[in-house]
Each structure stands twice: as C-alpha cells, then as structure tokens.
Design a protein around this ligand. Structure first.
Ligand code: ADP
Ligand code: MG
Length: 740
C-alpha cells in the first residue's frame, strides 16, 4: 500500500526515465512528490477569446494549430512558428502566432491539426498578434481533459525530461491512490483549519480559487510552524544548558568609559543594559546585537567583555577576517592595556600575546605560524577546572534546567600570565586555542559565520554567554526566523557629529570628472578607497588583474600615494598596508572587497566603487559603511558602465538612503529574501511553499504557537507533544547540524 514514505520506484507504473527526472527535482518518495507544490496555476475552466491587442498580463489560450513553419535567419538561427485558430471562431477572431527561437524540441512536439494550450503575453508584431516563447501543452486525448483542462490547472517547477503534463498526471494518480489517513497533521488544530490531507489534495487540484487559498494557508502555516518548532527547540535547548553569571561590578567599565574620547549614544547605553542583565543572570545569554554599519557595536562588545573579565572570566572576540581581527586587536590594546587588561590575538596567520605589535616582523618568530607558547599549560589547566566542576556538581542534561538555578562553585581565577581577552578569526574555533575559563564569546559580523560555528565556540560546560553582532539589517520577519533562537538588541541611532554621506551613481565614461573631484578632497587631507569586484579572491588571474588595475590608479592619482590590497596578499603584509593607510602614510587604498566588513579609518571619507552593478545592495551598503565615520562629509561614487533599468533602480536605492534597514527592505523588494534560508548561516531548511515576505503574518502566528508549546512543555515530554519531537528531528536531518 502506498504510504507517505513509499519510494516512487515501488509504484511499478512510473517508467525509469521519469523516475530519474523526478530525482533531479529531489523527488524520491510519495511525500516528496505531493509536496512538490505548484509554482502557479492556469485558469482553464474556460479559455478567453483570442485577443486583438497586446496585454501586459500573461493569458492562457486554447486553439487549433492550422499552420507551422520553420525559418532560418542569420545562418544557423531558426524561428519556429505555429499559427493557432480559436476552436469556435467568430467573424472577428484573429489567429495567434506563437514563435520560438532556436528551440529545437518545440518543432518536434507541435504539428498541424493539434489542439494546444498556450500561456504567455500577447504582443503586436507588425499586424499580427504574437506570443513569443509561450509555455504550451498539447491536448492529446479527451480522457485526459479532466486532469489538464477545464479546471484551475497546476503548473509545477519542472525539469528537462519531464513535461508539465507528465508530472501533473503522475501527481494526479498518486493522489488518487493515496490513503488520506496517512497524512499526519503537522501543526496543532488551534493553528490551522481543516485536515492536511485535504490541503494537499486541494493545493494540487483546487475546485476554486478560494479552495486553493485555504489549502495554501494551511500548508504555509504548517511549514512555518515546523520551522519555528526547530528554532524554538534550539532556543530552549540553549537556555536549558547550565550557565553562570559572568558580570563584574562595573568599576572597570566605568574607568573605560571615562577614558573614551566620546559619550555613548542612548541606544548604546540601552543595549549595554540589556546585555548586562543577561550577563548577570545564571542562564546562558544568547543575544543578537543588531546595528547599522558604523553605529558603534565594537564599544558595546568591549563593555560586555570588560564585565566578564572583571568577574574573573575570559572573553573571546571572533571576527571573520584577518584585517578585522587585527584592527580590533589594535583598538583593544590602545583602550584596554592602560587599564591593565591582558589581550591576545589568535589567527591562522598570527598568534600574539599582548605587547607591542611587531609590525615589521615578517620573519621573526612572533609572526607566522608559531604555536602559542603556553598552549599546553592552558589546556591542562582547563582540564583540572572541569574535573573540579564534575566533583562538585555533576550536571547532566536532565537536571541542567534546575542546576542553572543553584548557586555555582566559586570561580577559578585566571593565572597572571593568561590573556583575559582573546581575539581572533575562525582560528579561535580550532587548533591550539583553549580557554581556561571562557565566560563570554562575542562574534562580530555574525552573518559571515554559520550557526554551526557559533555553537562550536560556545559548546562547553558550563555554557559561556554569547553575544553575536551583525550589521546586516534584515526585516523583522526574517530576524524572527533566521535569528529566531536569539534575543535581539538593536542600536537604532548613529553617533552624533557624523558627516553626511553623499552617494552618486556615475557612468564609467565620467571617470575624468570624478577624478578631479576626488583630487580636491585628497588635497584637503582626506583619504580614498577604490573598490573593484573580483569574482574569486583566491584566483591567480584575478590577482593579476588587480595588480594591473592598481598600476592605472597609481598613475591617475599621482602625486598621491596608493597601495593595493587584496585577498592573496600574505596576512602580515596586509596588516602593514592597513596600518600605513590608517596612519595616513598612504592616501588611497585600491582594494577588493576584503575591506567589506568592519574596517574603521575615520579619515577615509571617499569611496569609489568600480563596476558597482556587479555587487548586491547589501554588500554595497556594507562597503559604503567604511566611510562616513568622522565629522567630515563623505562621498561614495558608484561607477557603472552597464546602466540597465535593473541596475539603475538598484543603485538609485543607495543614492536615496544611507539607512541600512531601508536598504534591506528595498533589496527585499527587488530580489526577494534570496537564499537566506537553507544556508549554513541560518541552519534552517529551505521553504517549499511559504513566502517570508508575503506570509509575514502567518509566520508570526506560527511562531507564537511554537513558543507556547515550548513554554508549557520545554522538554516536549507530554504525550500529545511527542509528534513534535519527530518533526524537529526530521528537520535537523535536513538542515545543518547545529552542533558539529
Ligand atoms: P560598527 O557598529 O560598524 O562595528 P564601530 O564599532 O566600528 O561600528 O564604530 C564606528 C566608529 O564610531 C568607531 O571609530 C568608533 O570608535 C566610533 N564610535 C562608537 N561609538 C561612538 C559614539 N557614541 N560617539 C562617537 N563615536 C563613536
Ligand atoms: Mg564592526
């Protein structure tokens, strides 16, 4: 008997080539097949009369092929034309000409005398009404009429070797053979209306548009609910881990803030108090700090780390690139060493204990891949600490929830030579880095990491507090999905006294004028970034192109000094280049997008982006965030040689606004949420039917339902909640394991 998990191979009536084509669509079981939802529908309940004019909306027509022809042009190119006439023509009926260019297979499928259904936009070509490249289906026999025609007909995402018609017939037959009770409900009855089995049936072959809408809502809610259950389970799982309070009295923070050359903004103070509250609590913090580029997240992270340090713990600060890690290292040394805080840097390229930066020490043992001298001791100390913990307080998953409520064993203090703050790149996750007493892990530019990496840094007992920071502002619906397992703090205010950023899109041909403008600013002592896109940072050819580009710029900008920065330059050299720029020794930096995240050089007030059309909006906004960091007015020039309507609309967004949330909304408007889900970053399975934007309200309902289940039964122990356990486990299998 057919069941949800029946492999389609077992249904003996599906021929092998079709099975293979289905597999290409990721369809192996009956459930895969029946959750391969229609991409759209055609109203074939009755076909409209043939149009006499152009229309913008695509329409679906049915007619008889009266003539076909194949014409060649330009040597090897071919146009295939089929002329259709209405089945019941009247005196005013016009034939419709369908045309396909260079589509070899179409001419094999269409012949005079056939009845076909076409879907496309009618266009006036000369005096004739034409459809170019319409989707089409040949009506083969009248028995099949009831499946494919005279109804609201589903159109599926298809693949080569599998026509709409074949796919539709297979789905139709499986639905007929499929016993209803097999469909277990996914969402609780309080969330969705009706049965899942009905919804599945009706989404494929709806009796009416209303029926389709009801079915769709059921399925979207179910899909969102399953996803939110996964998110909620992560959230509850991490908050049920044994945690500790990691918060000092704040005396160190007060000293730090007094010495800062600026006042915190109200928004920074607000998020600090939220973080402080979490640090002081004895459950593990899992907080996202969201704030536009340049809103001052680093200072907030430092305050959080100082609170942990003051309480006797170590703090880790992980950044996605070498350049950024080094920059943070320099800032922390400048600000924190006067306070007596011990800082260390660990990246794949460099492992530094605190002390002066050996900037030019290319070949000395402090740079390169020298292992951390005391890594061994750090490891063994960590072990004794854990052993001691085990003796005092056995902690197993079952009593984890209760044990967080009890007072914890007194802290082992750090030895005098151990770093209190450890900075680094991904290297912090591996190799010889061990923390003897990690209390807080901060992850900068979280969107550059994956869920798995976050989990890895905090996967220790007792759980350290985690603060993840991102400048990628995303619409709220996305936040509660992608970051749905985190508490969110938002910095919604920029520091005062920031100069404006003026953004302008210019044709590449206007480079001359742009250059003379940039020179006037360079003469005033301001600095410039020139950014150009590289397809692959690691590609040798591109590095060569970069070098050639650099030569051109060096000449253009004479007598001002330029340097070149790209991904293939060895890390210590990169660092020196950045430092010379930071100190004003170089006036311009010609760079690839290695600059994209985090870099902070306030005197750089100009950015010229070449081939701007090749970047996405979010990335352009990130890049632009490198300027506008001082009281001076800043200028961002987007050069583009290819001004299609699409690129002008895109680039105009940046001319219009510097607000990251507005950019994100516009990006969403233009592109959709893209592949944010189904990626390592979110650790969530992709969506089959729901639309994060259109169905935002449904997502909110689904989230509330999932949360309330976990609030009443955090470990899903009640009998009625057992099926949700399975739901979560299944999805974990499909998505990335979040503790790797
Ligand atoms: P982001 O949020 O993009 O990481 P940063 O933390 O790099 O931003 O801060 C950008 C710049 O603003 C830095 O030079 C930082 O020292 C400065 N800054 C941070 N907070 C304030 C503030 N309250 N007032 C003035 N300048 C600030
Ligand atoms: Mg930053």
């Amino acid at each position: 008997m057919t069941s949800v998990s029946t492999n389609l191979e077992e249904l003996s009536w599906i021929p092998r080539p079709r099975l293979l084509a289905l597999r290409r669509l990721g369809i192996e079981t009956t459930e895969d097949l029946l959750t391969h939802f229609p991409r759209r529908y055609e109203d074939r309940t009755e076909f409209p009369e043939f149009p006499r004019e152009e229309t913008d909306a695509p329409i679906c027509l049915c007619g008889e092929v009266t003539k076909t022809s194949l014409r060649r042009f330009g040597g090897w190119k071919k146009i295939f034309e089929a002329t259709l006439e209405e089945s019941q023509p009247n005196a005013l009926s016009e034939p419709l000409v369908c045309r396909w260019f260079n589509l070899h297979y179409v001419q094999k499928m269409i012949a005079t005398g056939q009845r076909i259904v076409v879907f496309g936009r009618p266009r006036l070509r000369g005096k004739r009404i034409c459809m170019e490249h319409p989707e089409f289906e040949v009506i083969e026999n009248d028995e099949e009429m009831s499946i494919h025609f005279r109804r609201i007909t589903p159109i599926y995402p298809a693949t080569e070797g599998l026509s709409q018609r074949v796919l539709r017939s297979i789905i139709y037959r499986v639905l007929q053979e499929f016993p209803d009770p097999e469909w277990q409900p996914i969402a609780p009855a309080s969330l969705v209306h009706g049965e899942r089995s009905d919804a599945i049936r009706q989404i494929h072959f709806p009796g009416s548009w209303e029926e389709r809408d009801v079915a769709r809502e059921h399925l979207v809610l179910s899909e969102f609910f399953a996803m939110q259950m996964l998110i909620a389970s992560r959230r509850f799982e991490s908050s049920a881990r044994a945690g500790q309070a990691h918060c000092g009295s704040g005396a160190l923070v007060d000293k730090f803030l007094k010495a800062l050359p600026f006042e915190l903004t109200a928004a920074q103070r607000k998020v600090i108090s939220e973080i402080r509250h979490d640090l002081a609590a004895n459950y593990p913090m899992n907080r996202l700090l969201q704030g536009d580029v340049g809103s001052g997240k680093t200072v907030v992270a430092i305050v959080a780390m100082l609170l942990a340090v003051e309480a006797g713990y170590q703090a880790a600060f992980m950044a996605p690139t070498q350049i950024l890690a080094e920059q943070h290292y320099e800032v922390l040394q400048r600000w924190l060493e006067p306070l007596g805080v011990r800082i260390a840097l660990r990246t794949a390229a460099r492992q530094e204990e605190s002390g002066p930066l050996p900037l030019f020490a290319l070949n000395t043992q402090t740079s390169g891949n020298t292992p951390v001298s005391d890594a061994g001791t750090v490891v063994s100390r960590a072990r004794t600490f854990h052993e001691r913990r085990r003796e005092k307080k056995p902690s197993s998953p079952q009593n984890a929830a209760t044990s967080t409520l009890q007072a914890r064993a007194p802290q082992t203090l750090l030895a005098d030579n151990e770093p209190q703050i450890i900075l680094g790149t991904h290297a912090l996750l591996y190799e010889s880095v061990s923390f003897s007493n990690l209390g807080l892990a901060v992850i900068d530019e979280q969107h550059k990491f994956g869920v798995a990496q976050r989990a890895r840094l905090t996967a220790r007992e007792p759980a350290p507090d985690a603060l993840v920071m991102t400048a990628t502002p995303i619409p709220r619906t996305l936040t509660m999905t992608i970051y749905g397992d985190l508490d969110v703090s938002t910095i919604d205010e920029m520091p005062k006294n920031r100069g404006k950023i003026v953004t302008a899109v210019r044709e590449t041909s206007k480079l001359g004028e742009v250059l003379s403008f940039l020179r006037t600013q360079l003469e005033k002592g301001r600095q410039l970034y020139v950014i150009y896109p590289l397809i692959d940072e690691s590609d040798k050819l591109d590095a060569k192109a970069a070098a050639a580009e650099y030569e051109r710029w060096r000449e253009r900008l004479l007598p001002f000094r330029c340097e070149l920065l790209h991904g293939r330059i060895p890390a210590p050299e990169k660092q020196q280049i950045m430092d010379r720029f930071r100190h004003g020794d170089t006036n311009a930096l010609i760079s690839t997008t290695v600059l994209e995240v985090g870099v902070d050089v306030p005197n750089a007030t100009m950015m010229l982006i070449e081939n701007a059309e090749r970047f996405g909006l979010a990335q352009l906004h990130q890049l632009r965030g490198r300027i506008g960091r001082s009281e001076h007015k800043s200028y961002c020039i987007l050069l583009s040689s290819n001004q299609t309507e699409e690129t002008s609309t895109k680039l105009a967004v940046l001319e219009r606004t510097t607000n990251g949330f507005e950019v994100a909304e516009a990006d969403w408007e233009l592109r959709g949420p893209g592949d944010l889900l189904g990626t390592a970053q979110s650790g969530l399975p992709g969506l089959k039917i729901g639309d994060l934007k259109r169905d935002a309200t449904l997502m909110r309902h689904a989230r509330a339902a999932a949360m309330s289940i976990f609030e009443m039964d955090p470990h899903l122990e009640l009998p009625e909640n057992q099926r949700f356990r399975r739901l979560i486990v299944e999805q974990q299998g499909q998505s990335f394991s979040h503790v790797s």
